[in-house]
Write a protein that binds this ligand. Structure first.
Ligand SMILES: [Mn+2]
Length: 350
């Protein structure tokens, strides 16, 4: 393919096809993003995987996996908002990330994310393996402020390796690169759902030196996810101007999310993850989001692709709800999700 016209191209509508947008939202071009609240970018990259590949097919699976029409409308029952209609949302397609060309791929993605953030929109990046969080959070920090973005990271793995098979770039190292560069402060790095048999003690010691806050599953089980999240949310907004949310679908137990590259048994339930993502989006100013490690070739009955799609919708619904609450317009109240769904039957009949 050397010498093809696409050598100079950095965006492509569907790198592995089909040419679709997230649930039918309008198409956007990177050089015309004015007025948008949220912009999707696909990151069809899995050259950073250490075990099973296939996450390059994640973006299209997350965009398309739903049983409802792709009509750019999703009224959220609990929150009473329709994020795809209330927010100005568009999909800019995939960043062209050639397999094997890791550094060039990451450079292109970072530039695209920065373009979205600089236009005033929240970038929502659909991965791709977790390598992409390095350019994703870096691109956001270049706009929001270096060291002024905190990172809430759902994952079975810490992804803080020094190198991966001798390489600086891979899905096991992005969080270390972000802290080393200063794009994200180590003491504003919140990790939730860690478990299993990696990393080894020297890497844990490095993480402790950076003053990262990592919630292993045993702490999550012992104290409860809600309490751990409360700790994380308090840290996330301290001396930071925005929060980047990175969701590795392998944080969910592989029984509920089998389609991923490095499954680790014993994770969160899908219900826990969706509730947590919703709460985060309702509570703090999100400056960027990525959903990574959905690997359709290892999926069964689209279970994992559905999880990825719903993580995105919960985040966007929480953002729309938070904007309603801050606007405080009596005509468009922010619904209390803990209350009864329907009017008139809230109290037991006397
Ligand atoms: Mn990860």
């Amino acid at each position: 393919m050397a010498g093809d016209a696409e050598d100079d191209q950095t965006m492509i509508r569907g790198m592995y096809g089909p040419d679709v947008t997230f649930l039918g939202v309008p198409r956007a071009e990177l050089d015309a993003l004015d007025g948008l609240d949220v912009v999707f970018l696909g990151a069809p990259f899995d050259s950073g995987t250490s075990y099973r590949s296939g996450a390059r097919f994640g973006p299209q699976a997350i965009r398309t996996t739903d049983y409802l029409p792709h009509d750019a409308s999703r009224p959220h029952l609990a929150l009473g908002v329709d994020p795809l209609a209330e927010l100005r949302i568009a999909d800019a397609g995939d960043v062209l990330m050639p397999p094997g060309e890791t550094e060039e791929s990451l450079r292109r993605l970072e530039a695209a994310v920065q373009a979205v953030a600089s236009a005033g929109a929240i970038p929502v990046i659909l991965g791709g393996d977790h390598t992409v969080t390095l350019p994703d959070a870096t691109g956001v920090a270049r706009h929001v402020g270096w060291g002024r973005v905190s990172l809430i990271h759902f994952d079975a793995h810490a992804d803080t390796g020094d190198t991966q098979f001798g390489s600086l770039y891979g899905h096991g190292t992005p969080m270390r690169r972000l802290i080393e560069s200063g794009a994200v402060r180590g003491d504003r790095f919140l990790q939730i759902g860690l478990r299993g048999y990696w990393p080894e003690p020297p890497t844990l010691a490095w993480m402790a030196e950076q003053r990262m806050r990592s919630f292993e599953m045993s702490e999550v089980v012992n104290r409860g996810l809600d309490e751990c999240l409360a700790d994380a949310l308090a840290i996330a907004v301290d001396e930071c101007d925005g929060v980047f949310l990175s969701v590795d679908v392998d944080v969910v137990d592989p029984g509920m999310a089998p389609g991923t590259g490095t499954p680790e048994p014993g994770g969160l339930t899908t219900r826990q993850l969706l509730d947590a993502v919703r709460r985060i989006a309702m509570s703090v100013p999100l400056a960027g989001i990525d959903v990574v490690e959905v690997s359709p070739p290892y999926d069964h009955a689209e279970v994992t692709a559905f999880v990825g799609n719903r993580v995105v919708l919960e985040a966007l619904s929480g953002i729309a709800w938070r904007r309603r609450r801050l606007a405080a317009d009596p005509a468009r109240p922010a619904r209390d999700p803990a209350g009864p769904l329907l009017d008139g039957r809230g109290e037991p009949a006397g």
